[in-house]
Design a protein around this ligand. Structure first.
Ligand code: ATP
Ligand code: MG
Length: 202
């Protein structure tokens, strides 16, 4: 846990402390990156609608619609020169496309977020994350390997958390995954999709 070290076998791709978001943002030689699912338009709009619906009741801030995502695997800060190797590694991930449904809004006290989540385990989603983890490990990348807990953050700085509850179900068809760079700007964090990988058709 917490071992944010990253190495590669043939290049010296060492990592930096992933918690040091504020320290390294000015340094363009590193990139803060994570793999994610990016929702298509319909799912994005539906997620945003739910966020708006709960914002007032929860005394919270909504995530901007175009930032909504599901993190698959968070790497943290890596040397920018290592990005090509990271992308080549992700080229080897092979997993089928799948669909799932987000059915609940729930709250985490520790970081004061509200998130949308599926009701049950999604085997194809877990399979994709495992495939990604295995390829990265095989290539010598290291990351914090805590249990994957699928969620889409909808609200931040929640002042008033509610009981977990049902939402209008949101269908999400997943036919690709992406590598995203998290960039700190004057206006806050911005996400830039660096590369997209298709999943194999069913
Ligand atoms: P900020 O940290 O500035 O509030 P953010 O959390 O949106 O913004 P990042 O910290 O770069 O941006 O996180 C990018 C994505 O990775 C988010 O979905 C976040 O929840 C997830 N993430 C961040 N840190 C971790 C971590 N240690 N383990 C797992 N996921 C993480
Ligand atoms: Mg964060």
């Amino acid at each position: 846990m917490g071992a944010y070290k990253m190495q590669s076998t043939d290049k010296n791709c060492s990592t930096l402390d992933a918690s040091s978001h504020g320290v390294l943002i000015e340094n363009s030689s590193v990139a803060r990156v994570f793999f994610a699912l990016w929702p298509e338009e319909l799912a994005r709009q539906a997620l945003h609608t739910i966020a708006m619906k709960y914002q007032l009741r929860c005394e919270a801030r909504t995530m901007a619609a175009d930032t909504l995502h599901m993190t698959l695997l968070f790497l943290g800060e890596i040397e920018r020169v290592c990005l090509p190797q990271l992308m080549q590694t992700a080229d080897n991930v092979s997993a089928p496309a799948f669909g799932f449904i987000l059915e609940r809004i729930s709250f985490w006290q520790h970081n004061r977020i509200a998130y949308a989540a599926p009701l049950e385990k999604i085997p194809a989603l877990a399979q994709l994350v495992t495939a990604l983890e295995q390829e990265l490990i095989a290539a010598g990348f290291w990351f914090d390997n805590h249990e994957f807990n699928p969620h889409v953050t909808l609200l931040r700085r929640v002042g008033h958390a509610l009981e977990s509850q049902a939402i209008t179900p949101i269908k999400w068809w997943v036919d690709s995954f992406v590598l995203v760079e998290s960039v700190m700007t004057e206006l806050g964090v911005s996400y830039q999709v660096l590369q997209k990988w298709p999943l194999s058709p069913r």
